[in-house]
Ligand binder design. Sequence first.
Ligand code: GDP
Ligand code: MG
Length: 180
Amino acid sequence: MGSRDYLFKVLVVGDAAVGKTSLVQRYSQDSFSKHYKSTVGGQERFTSMTRLYYRDASACVIMFDVTNATTFSNSQRWKQDLDCKLTLPSGEPVPCLLLANKSDLSPWAVTRDQIDRFSKENGFTGWTETSVKENKNVNEAMRVLIEQMMANTREGSTSLPTQGDYINLQTVSTPGWTCC
Ligand code: GDP
Ligand code: MG
C-alpha cells in the first residue's frame, strides 16, 4: 500500500497569553518556555481576525486559560467569528476543539460542567483540559483533530459524531503515531 502526505492548516486562536505560542512550540518542537513574548503586542482582548487568516483552514483550536474567566467567555466570540468566516467546502463547520489550558494551575476559574455545557452549546467538536507546560493531552488532542481532518477528506464523509463532549483522551490510542 502506498503512503500519502497530507498538509493541513490548523488555526490556533484565543485571547492573549492563554498559551497558543506555547502549544505550537510544544507540538512542533516538544519544548516549553516561560518567556515567550506576546505575539501581537498589547493585544489583550478578542479581536476579529480577517477572512484571509481563516482561509482554507481544515481545523481550529480555540484555547483559554482555566484560571482566567474572561478568556473562557471570550472563547465564544472567537468561535462565532470563526463560524461566520470559515466553513468546509461541504458547507459544514470546520472541526474545532476547545482546549482548557494551564490545567496544572489552581484554582480554576471555571468548572468542568461549565466548560462541558459551553462546548456543547457553541458547537465545538469536543473539549479537553491541557497543560502545555506539563505536556498533558497536547499530542492526544492534536491526534483527535487530525483524525477529524482525515475523516473530512474522505469522500462522502460526514464529521465524526462528537458533539461538544469531553474528550476522554485515556481512550484515544496513540501507539505507532509520530508527529513532524
Ligand atoms: P499566547 O499569547 O496565547 O501565545 O500565550 P504564550 O504561549 O505566550 O503563553 C503565555 C504564558 O503562559 C507564558 O508565560 C507561558 O509560559 C505560559 N503558559 C502557557 N501554557 C501554560 C500551561 O499549560 N501552564 C502554565 N502554568 N503556564 C503556561
Ligand atoms: Mg503568542
